[in-house]
Ligand binder design. Structure first.
Ligand code: NOJ
Length: 512
């Protein structure tokens, strides 16, 4: 199994908005290569690139029309291979985004499957057997095919659902996982994975991984399907890393994924931390972390403390972190994000506190997500150093705020968020107890109370993490005695016997 994952720290790149080297107003592969050293210097050693394959871009590339060819606007397959090679030279790893649940309506498989006559793609998607019958609860595409039937959709209505079968088919047109059509879809997926892994990618972030088998309420069929894929990987690419967008680690890790994300949807209480009316990480101190911790502990136990549960700083689907929390609150949030188990994931620009850009017109199916996908702010030059194209040609407008953060300014300022993130990553690297697989025990996480305290441990090291985002001093009882401070922001705790006093707006890591 890929050992690098034990120390991996990911940086998510939304390629459109990262760095444009050919002045067309949109980011590209060469731009990613040009910025690998930046990512490395920050302290990240792995990247996840959002879908970069041929697509009509009705959903920012999550509507693939050819899984084997990169979108020309980013560069060629050769250029993508160069990203793998350049990353490996720097001891970094690359995950591509795999979209197994649906394609674009423009994919040749879909065009073939719409034909009336039988062909090898007839059963590639979930079709009913009459135009008048809709696949209940799934939404559908109907009335545009020669074929008499409605095709289920997976997300937007231009994303037809690929057919991996129904867990318990109860209609004539529903196929079982073991039918020929679903089996062929699965093999086609393996071929795609094989193609990119052979070229040098290190694994995949898998889109909507938990929804492949239909009518599979408790995920049993989908888990089985991913176990089958893991078997194939173990035989051919044992080091391939798999990260799921599933949000239920007890299921995804059973399916053979190495990691799962806690996200803004699903049962994780992730939103209680940063994205709700009273986030725990706001200085107002009116948040509640207890629901998140209870759910985290449940997942942690269910996954037998083996798997990696990831708490991302954000992603291309969420409102930016810096919309609800600001200034020092962001630094304290990063002290938490970068001291938890599981591999950290930093969404591009979160390390400088890039803002959510309000009131943007939707771009490529982004809708309210568009404001979290604006161009990276590198410096104070034209277009924040993102592109030399005329401003009106930029793929998404930039944050127009005169005080918008940028990398260069923050690199010059030792007190910036950029430097805090960099420092935290360095501390994480140099302390085994803070690594991805070291244990966690929650020490203090009470309902509507502050601080949050937890112990991170490995064989020879135990670190007590105490986080108090609130603007009030707080106290709690703790049986561990802090001895040496390895990190602090905003003041150091004081211990009187088992009674610990925590300064307002502070975060600290203490060896016990
Ligand atoms: C989840 C992706 O993260 C999101 O951006 C996309 O729109 C949907 N899946 C559909 O693929």
């Amino acid at each position: 199994m890929a050992k690098w994952l034990d120390h991996a720290v990911f940086y998510e790149i939304y390629p459109q908005s990262f760095y444009d080297t050919n002045s067309d107003g949109i980011g590209d592969f060469k731009g990613i290569i040009a910025k690998l050293d930046y990512i490395c210097e920050l302290g990240c050693n792995a990247i996840w690139i959002n879908p970069c394959f041929e697509s009509p871009f009705g959903d920012a590339g999550y509507d693939v029309s050819d899984y084997y060819r990169t979108a020309p606007r980013y560069g060629t397959n050769e250029d993508l291979k160069q990203i793998f090679d350049e990353a490996h030279k720097r001891n970094m790893h690359v995950l591509l985004d795999l979209v197994p649940g649906h394609t674009s309506v423009e994919h040749k498989w879909f065009k073939e499957s719409m034909k009336a006559g039988h062909n090898q793609y007839t059963d590639r998607y979930v079709w009913t057997d009459s135009i008048w019958e809709e696949p209940a609860g799934m939404g559908c595409i109907r009335g545009i095919s020669e074929r008499d039937g409605s095709c289920a959709v997976n997300f937007f209505s231009h994303q037809p659902a690929l057919n991996y079968g129904f867990y318990k088919p109860d209609k004539k047109w529903q196929q079982s996982m073991d039918d020929e059509g679903p089996k062929a879809t699965l093999e086609a997926l393996k071929d795609i994975m094989r193609f990119w892994l052979k070229m040098g990618c290190d694994g995949f972030r898998v889109d909507m991984a938990g929804s492949l088998v239909k009518h599979d309420e408790d995920g049993k069929g989908t888990i089985k399907l991913w176990q089958n894929i893991r078997e194939f990987l173990d035989q051919e690419f044992p080091d391939a890393v798999m990260v799921s967008e599933w949000g239920e680690p007890d299921k995804s890790l059973l399916g053979g994924f190495h990691m799962d994300f806690l996200l803004h949807f699903g049962p994780s209480h992730y939103n209680d931390l940063f994205r709700c009316e009273e986030p725990f990480f706001s200085g107002r101190g009116k948040g509640d972390v207890s629901g998140f911790v209870a759910k985290y502990k449940e997942n942690y136990e269910k996954t037998e403390r083996k798997g990696l549960i990831c708490i991302p700083s954000g992603n291309h689907d969420m409102i930016r972190l810096a919309k609800t929390i600001h200034g020092d609150e962001l630094k304290i949030a990063f002290a938490f994000l970068l001291s938890m188990p599981g591999a950290p994931f930093i969404y591009y620009g979160d390390e400088i506190g890039m803002r959510y850009v309000e009131n943007l017109k939707s771009v490529e199916g982004g809708y309210e997500r568009t404001g979290s996908r604006s161009p990276m702010q590198w410096d104070k030059s034209l277009n924040a150093g993102f592109s030399n194209a005329p401003e009106e040609d930029l793929y998404i407008p930039l944050d127009r705020d005169i005080n918008r953060p940028d990398v260069e300014s923050q690199q010059k300022d030792e007190t910036s968020l950029y430097h805090e993130v960099k420092k935290l990553l360095k501390i994480r690297r140099s302390h085994p107890a803070l690594q991805n697989r070291s244990e966690i025990e929650f020490v203090y996480a009470e309902k509507n109370k502050y601080p949050l305290a937890y112990l991170r441990s490995c064989e020879n090291e135990h670190i007590l993490v105490v986080i108090n985002p609130s603007d009030q001093e707080q106290t709690f009882d703790c049986s561990y005695i802090p001895k040496e401070t390895v990190y602090h922001f905003g003041g150091i705790i004081t211990a009187t016997g088992s009674h610990i006093t925590v300064p307002a707006g502070s975060a600290g890591f203490y060896i016990i």
